[in-house]
Write a protein that binds this ligand. Structure first.
Ligand code: ARG
Length: 282
């Protein structure tokens, strides 16, 4: 029997083209490292909230300078990780699925983000059934959704997303606890191209990525451990942690324009550029 798989997506040869995006962000006004739910978080080290806010403002300004629209959600006291807006939901073609968090510490973020989405002028907003951490584990690549599991998002949510949006969902298993969300191990560069760190995935999932994206940018461990793959691309400009210099050079070779930002304070909670950014797709 011949396996039926989506066709490989060779990288575009043409000039990189940026398209304006609509992003949701959350100012880290209540940011802290007061619990540890991933290996990056060390409660004894704490966090400098003022510095986190300054670094976050730089990211916001970077998006505005690139011509993107940035909206903000009101931060809720007692939710130090709410700055990681990517986890707040998944929005495709003006339809949104809310998030349902794995850990009790973040659970109240689900309804807070859902309320924002319900008020954002979208066509439809759905409350989640299965545990899913939004765009932390769901990444849209053209007409596919890549979906992570292994640490946070339940595979049941992968089916939920496929049924809800009618878009093929490709399940990928994460195996390294440092890369606990898909968006820490894989970056979407444009509608056909991704960058990823192969060792973060199970052998089978690595095989799937090779078949689907034979021309992917492969990141090494040095770039992965500074969360270099936690990047946001508009098709041309790739905003990424400044410390991911090897990855930035590879992107430049492929015709992208890397834009490095310093989010070192947010890295103490295990997050960076993409984690701070939820795309609201019309
Ligand atoms: N401290 C947060 C957590 O462990 C960080 C979330 C990062 N977000 C992301 N999209 N990877 O849940």
């Amino acid at each position: 029997m011949t396996a039926v798989l989506p066709q490989p997506r060779p990288a575009l040869e043409t000039e990189r083209a940026a398209t304006p995006r609509r992003y949701l962000m959350c100012r880290p006004e209540h940011f802290d490292v007061s619990y540890a739910i991933n290996p990056w978080m060390d409660v004894t080290r704490g966090a400098d909230r003022e510095l986190a806010i300054r670094q976050w403002e730089t990211l916001r300004q970077t998006y505005l300078d690139l011509g993107h629209q940035v909206e903000v959600i009101t931060p809720v006291p007692g939710l130090p990780d709410m700055v990681f807006a990517a986890n707040g939901g998944l929005v495709i073609e003006g339809r949104a699925l809310g998030a349902r968090f794995t850990h009790a510490e973040r659970r109240a973020e689900g309804p807070a983000y859902l309320a924002w989405l319900a008020d954002a002028g979208l066509k439809e907003v759905f409350a989640p059934v299965h545990v899913n951490e939004g765009e932390g584990d769901f990444l849209v690549v053209g007409d596919l959704v890549l979906a992570g599991t292994g640490f946070r998002t339940d595979p049941g949510a992968h089916t939920e997303v496929q049924e809800l949006f009618g878009i093929p969902v490709i399940s990928l298993r994460l195996v390294d606890p440092r890369f606990y969300h898909l968006d820490t191990a894989l970056a979407v560069l444009d509608e056909r191209t991704v960058a990823y760190y192969p060792a973060a995935f199970s052998p089978g999932s690595r095989g799937v990525l090779q078949r689907l994206f034979p021309d992917a940018v492969l990141a090494d461990e040095a770039d992965a451990v500074v969360l270099g793959l936690n990047a946001v691309s508009d098709g041309k400009h790739v905003v990424l942690p400044y410390a991911a210099t090897g990855l930035a050079a590879q992107l430049e070779e492929r015709g992208y324009v890397p834009v490095g930002v310093d989010l070192s304070e947010l890295l103490k909670a295990g997050g960076s550029v993409k984690c701070c950014t939820l795309e609201i797709r019309a």
